[in-house]
Design a binder for this molecule. Structure first.
Ligand code: NDP
Ligand code: MG
Length: 381
């Protein structure tokens, strides 16, 4: 049987780990050609040794720390990472966090390969250009984000057109915390997600609910939706991740436990072709499945996210880019939890009072606005 040739960008992260867990339990089916990290080279080498991987992508600043470098074909710096795939590559996983990989992702969209993308930030910043670019180059984009992966499969079931998509949010760690305590939320508290174990950036995004705001915009671009065709609700048990709603009153959903290996496995296997060693979903174990509307006072990110989605052009990217900067400031202890959204809103107003919004931005327009943001960021102290 032909093996699936795989490249994993961001192999040392949480999503990378879920991909490797699938490979580990199906070794005979995969050949991992290449993996990348940023600075965590020790983990990268360990993975390379375990799976006999020859191509390693690293940050060039850490090249000198690599001792066993002779055994490997090293790709220094993200600017060379797109040379890691070849004509044998079947699937590319894009699981680098944040916007650092935006250029790389744009290049990969021209590969003509099947890309499993977990990174929502790059989808949002490329915006409408993503589908265009992928189509022109016969690249298949498969979303791995659990909500979008569910919707992707439900829509492939060919029910023709649909009315809308509803995605769900667990509500994060502060669903019940009194709003007056939000001012004093610590980094440690915000990193502790009740359901998912994820990287730091997305964990903070889940606590502020920016993650869901980004996912609403992500869905718009992935599935070509009008603004009123996508909404989000809270579902703390995280068993239903997305629903497709039809005019006749029918909604269809997939049910699965919150385990990222499930959406990722659908890249490689038919639903029945992948056996998840974890215990199967047993609805009898849940005394209830709950659903709540999102409270704007508790989660102002959703309202702001919807506004930038409506404005369009460079606005979703600006919201996304500002968020990444502000989350880093929060992680360093430089701003409060509540400042992440407050400062995003203030800076958005400043950006669009001084810059013209470009409605179909190219990558250069995105980079220009991002460097304007770098130079003009407003941080209350
Ligand atoms: P992690 O922080 O766990 O991992 C990020 C990966 O990207 C690591 O391999 C890291 O390398 C690498 N990386 C980070 N910055 C750079 C850089 N500048 N250059 C090269 N490589 C870099 O993140 P997650 O796995 O949690 O998330 C990855 C993406 O998937 C995010 O966009 C997130 O929104 C999305 N996602 C994640 C989910 C999850 O369950 N974790 C669910 C849905 C979406 P190193 O280890 O060396 O730092
Ligand atoms: Mg998600």
């Amino acid at each position: 049987m032909k093996k699936i040739n795989l490249i994993i960008y961001g192999a040392t992260g949480s999503i990378g780990g879920s991909v490797l867990s699938i490979v580990r339990s199906n070794r005979e089916k995969f050949n991992v050609q290449g993996i990348t990290c940023n600075k965590n080279y020790k983990k990268l080498i360990k993975i390379a040794e375990e799976f006999n991987i020859k191509k390693l992508g690293i940050n060039k600043k850490i090249k000198n720390s690599l001792k066993k470098i002779n055994n490997y074909n090293i790709f220094e710096d993200m600017s060379t990472f797109s040379k890691m795939y070849d004509n044998k590559t079947d699937v590319i996983i894009f699981a680098i966090s944040g916007l650092a990989g935006l250029d790389l992702f744009q290049n990969l969209c021209k590969s003509g390969k099947k890309i499993g993308i977990a990174n929502k930030e790059c989808i949002i910043s490329l915006g409408e250009n993503l589908s265009k670019l992928a189509k022109e180059n016969s690249t298949t984009i498969v979303p791995l984000d659990s909500e979008h992966n569910s919707a992707f499969h439900l829509l492939n079931n060919e029910h023709g057109s649909f009315k809308s998509i509803t995605i769900t949010a667990s509500g994060g760690p502060f669903r019940k915390l009194p709003i007056k305590s939000f001012n004093t939320i610590s980094v440690k508290q915000a990193l502790k997600h009740p359901i998912w174990k994820m990287g730091k950036k997305i964990s903070i995004d889940s606590a502020t609910m920016v993650n869901k705001a980004l996912e609403i915009i992500e869905a718009k671009y992935l599935f070509n939706l009008n603004d009123d065709q996508i909404d989000a609700i809270i579902h703390p048990q995280a068993i239903i991740h997305a629903m497709i709603n039809y005019e006749n009153g029918i909604s269809i959903a997939l049910l699965n436990k919150p385990d990222m290996r499930i959406p990722i496995s659908s890249l490689f296997f038919k639903f029945n072709g992948y056996s998840n060693k974890a215990k199967p979903l047993n609805l009898l174990k849940y005394s209830k499945l709950e659903f709540y509307s999102i409270n704007n006072a508790r989660y102002p990110a959703i309202k702001l996210g919807r506004e930038v989605m409506k404005i369009g052009g460079l606005a979703p990217n600006a919201f996304n880019y500002l968020n990444e900067i502000l989350v880093n400031y929060f992680l360093k202890g430089a701003i409060k939890f509540t400042d992440i959204i407050a400062l995003n809103e203030i800076n958005l107003e400043k950006i669009f009072s001084k810059n013209v919004n470009i409605m179909s931005p190219k990558l250069n327009d995105i980079k220009n606005i991002n460097s304007w943001i770098d130079n003009n960021l407003y941080l209350r102290n």
